[in-house]
Design a protein around this ligand. Structure first.
Ligand SMILES: [Zn+2]
Ligand SMILES: [Zn+2]
Ligand SMILES: [Zn+2]
Length: 389
């Protein structure tokens, strides 16, 4: 063989088996959709839901959501099915601490920013029953959408977060209690969260406050995501107890309202009465209040801790943040960074907007008068579309 011929031979690609083409029965894919999973999981798979332990344990598809076509030897999607299955099986073999503590497999979902455990058999939506696994997909979708929106508003990038947000939903009180004890060193029932470093939220869904209602748990989760994300972003520091309660509570209500059309979740220390200012529908009510009341509201509001805010003050925090998010989004990130360094609000407003507190109050009040309706429009339903409606 001449040197030229050898060179030519080396350039030729290694011989590959002929490409599989599938058949008519599988639309020339070589695979079919595994029928054991909700359509929503298929929609979210790979982009929003990166890994799903319940699907990964599926005896038919191993989490690939695809099964081999029974009528042919395979097709263009067969290799992807196999690779995805292998990836998920390897992931499933990694021991998970909460599963070890409880001694059983759990439904775990990983999204870009969240690590969810949804150990709930079913919830209620009025008279309808909502299966836990489907509810978990909806949670993943709306938590991730909320985080994306928050990132866009604050100018946060994935690398601004120090850890994923862990959110756990338990159908059984004992499991919530055990996780609380092991991770949060608390014996509180209801819901509880740990913010700042390695944020963790845990809730017993059948707690009387939530009554296993899908809608209540759905909005509770979305409300808590901003608390967690903001506490973890840039550097790990929760400032809700450092005199910047308004900048902790405001965004939580804002993103809840953005998705649900109202805000009904309050982070308060245990009380006998569940707060619910104006049923969570705030624009017209706030506009009327501000028209009635001339006395400055911000000086007192901007100094409070999250836990000290009254129910009507939660609405004021929401509105103040609503104004900033619409009119001055460029200050959101510097405000968060400043609050984490214990900078008082008057300095944040002066540096960010060139306004003293009185000037900020005036600008905010003017925006409310211009932007909020006098009367709330009638609404039939609240919340994003869900598969059980
Ligand atoms: Zn086929
Ligand atoms: Zn399957
Ligand atoms: Zn809150």
């Amino acid at each position: 063989m001449t040197a030229a011929a050898l060179a030519l031979l080396l350039l030729l690609p290694a011989q590959e088996p002929p490409a599989l083409e599938g058949c008519k029965r599988c639309d020339h894919r070589g695979v079919r959709d595994c029928e054991r999973h909700p359509d929503l999981l298929r929609e979210l798979d790979g982009t929003v839901i990166l890994r799903d332990s319940l699907a990964a344990r599926c005896p038919d598809c191993g989490g690939s959501l695809l099964v081999d076509c029974p009528k042919c030897d395979g097709g263009p999607e067969s290799a992807r099915r196999e690779a995805r299955r292998a990836e998920l099986q390897a992931w499933l073999r990694i021991p998970h601490r909460v599963e070890q503590i409880l001694g059983r497999p759990l439904h775990r979902i990983e999204t870009p920013r969240f690590r969810l455990i949804v150990d709930v058999e079913s919830l209620r939506a009025g008279r309808r029953k909502v299966e836990g696994p489907l509810f978990a997909c909806v949670l993943a979708r709306d938590l991730e959408a909320t985080a994306q929106r928050l990132d866009a508003d604050f100018g946060f990038a994935p690398e601004d977060y120090r850890s994923p947000m862990r959110m756990y939903f338990w159908g059984r009180r004992e499991d919530h209690a055990l996780v609380m004890e092991k991770f949060l060193f608390s014996s509180k029932t209801g819901d509880f969260k740990f913010l700042g470093k390695d944020p963790l939220f845990s809730v017993w869904t059948a707690d009387p406050t939530f009554g296993n209602e899908a809608g209540a748990i759905h909005s509770l989760a979305v409300h808590n995501a901003p608390h967690m994300l903001i506490s973890n972003a840039v550097f790990e520091q929760w400032f809700g107890d450092m005199g910047a309660g308004w900048l902790d509570a405001g965004p939580a209500h804002y993103y809840e309202e953005l998705l649900f059309g109202r805000s009904v979740n309050y982070c308060v220390d245990e009380t006998y009465e569940i707060p619910n200012w104006k049923d969570g529908i705030w624009r017209a009510a706030l506009r009327r209040r501000l028209e009635r009341e001339d006395a400055a509201l911000l000086p007192a509001l901007l100094r409070k801790q999250t836990g000290e805010l009254r129910d009507d003050e939660h609405a004021l925090c929401w509105s103040l943040f609503d104004w900033l998010a619409h009119e001055h989004p460029e200050v959101l990130r510097p405000f968060v960074e400043g609050a984490k360094r214990r900078k008082p609000a008057r300095e944040l407003f002066r540096e960010g907007l060139g306004l003293d507190v009185a000037g900020a109050e005036e600008a905010w009040r003017a925006w409310v008068a211009e932007s909020y309706p006098r009367k709330e429009p009638r609404r039939r339903s609240f919340g994003p579309p869900v598969p059980w409606d």
